[in-house]
Design a protein around this ligand. Structure first.
Ligand code: ZN
Length: 409
């Protein structure tokens, strides 16, 4: 427990937030230069050589801006070229975990992924550009601006001499492909944290306090081939089974419960005069609660062929668990809202269908605030941009929130 003199008072009145915001305003051009440098390094999830170069730059940049971390750890995602060149399976961007001591014992975990969905070469036709309040470039909104905001928030706290809790910063390079390498590190680190802050893009300025869980499944159907005209009864149509399965799956959707089931890709058969011997489908499932995830899992396990000579095989599973808005997250959002109000900012929260690494932490029961990153639009889209003014505002919010968390330590 810290005394109010050290930390609490100034946040309550908004004076600290105002001071932080003013300091950040004076460093606007440096923040933009950092963002320009970071966005100008391509870091597609499937290109290990570029991811390695990106992380080397981040290591140097973080040390220049924040000083050397008290401790650091690297989880190796494999060497570039393993498996025969770029985009190889089983090779992922390394994960970096840095410790920055602060007031108190229990750290706050900060999550930021450095990979983007944009393939190598995208920058050539879409370089980083600033036009008025808008900055654009591949990965600027999802989520390079978020990390730049965070780093400058920490610098602002340092400059103002304001306390913050001990921090663990986790950078991963495999988020956009489901965090297969970094998930264990995220879960292990989250378990010993007081709270988890995720610097993914905001939802129209709103923080994300709930995210759906995502399941990705593939149906493989095997039938029996036969001549469609001469002896159709000898066949068992995989396409007929597929059609029935699509209806069965779509009927599992329950919009009121927040559940969507989408068979997005289908294929099957070989010729119109052959009873189809094989068919398959790709299915995306989104759920808002664990109970719904369980209901869908049971229904998938109970999926049976109409014709018992056919075989239906369901593969795949849950990529990210549901991020439910637990009491800890509700309290954390209430604090963020109060801090924002002290800055004259009305902070909203939202629930979204897309998943992030915040889902892993929330599933462990941790308080999670997601969407603390950029204000802008267009994640995974060509019109992706961030608001420069929004970067200053959110960096100030992050700084003031961390300061308020130190007061609670
Ligand atoms: Zn992201």
């Amino acid at each position: 427990m810290t005394t109010r003199d050290e930390t609490g008072d100034r946040t309550e009145g908004g004076a600290a937030a105002g001071e932080l915001r003013a300091w950040l305003g004076r460093h606007r051009e440096e923040m933009l230069a950092d963002l320009a440098a970071y966005v100008s390094l391509e870091t597609p999830s499937n290109d290990k050589a570029l991811l390695d170069a990106g992380l080397r730059w981040l290591d140097g940049w973080l040390e220049a801006r924040l000083g050397a971390p008290a401790a650091t750890r690297l989880v190796d995602g494999g060497a570039p070229g393993q498996g025969g060149g770029r985009g190889e399976a089983g090779v992922y961007g390394d994960a970096r975990l840095n410790d920055y001591p602060g007031l108190g014992e229990v750290p706050v975990l900060l999550l930021a992924h450095y990979d983007t969905v944009w393939p190598a070469g995208t920058l050539a036709g879409w370089p980083f550009t600033v036009d008025g309040d808008r900055a654009t470039g591949p990965g600027v909104f999802d989520m390079k601006a978020g990390l730049v905001q965070l780093v400058w928030a920490l610098r602002a706290l340092e400059a103002a001499g304001l306390a913050r809790p001990p921090l663990r910063l986790l950078l991963n390079g495999d988020e956009e492909i489901g965090s297969p390498l970094s998930r264990p590190l995220i879960e292990e680190t989250a378990e010993s944290a007081a709270a988890v802050l995720v610097f993914e893009a905001s939802g129209d300025g709103a923080l994300k306090t709930a995210r759906k869980g995502v399941g990705i499944f593939r149906l493989g159907i095997t039938g029996l081939e036969a001549h469609a005209g001469l002896e159709p009864a000898k066949g068992a149509s995989a396409v007929d089974e597929l059609a029935r399965a699509v209806r069965y799956l779509h009927d599992l959707s329950d919009p009121d419960a927040g559940t969507t089931v989408n068979v997005g890709v289908v294929s099957g058969g070989t010729a119109s005069n052959v009873v189809a011997g094989a068919a398959w489908a790709e299915v995306d499932v989104r759920v808002s609660s664990q109970a719904e995830a369980d209901r869908i899992a049971t229904a998938l396990a109970e999926l049976r062929p109409h014709d018992e000579r056919a075989v239906i095989e369901v593969r795949g599973g849950w990529n990210r668990p549901v991020m439910e808005r637990g009491p800890g997250t509700a309290r954390l959002f209430a604090l963020a809202r109060k801090v924002a109000a002290g800055m004259g900012l009305e902070l909203e929260e939202c629930s979204v269908g897309g998943a992030s690494d915040g889902n892993f932490a929330a599933a462990l029961g941790l308080p999670v605030l997601d969407g603390l990153g950029a204000v802008g639009h267009g994640a995974h889209a060509r019109h992706e941009y961030v608001s420069v003014e929004g970067m200053l505002e959110r960096a100030a919010l992050t700084a003031a929130l961390l300061h308020a968390l130190a007061a609670r330590a």
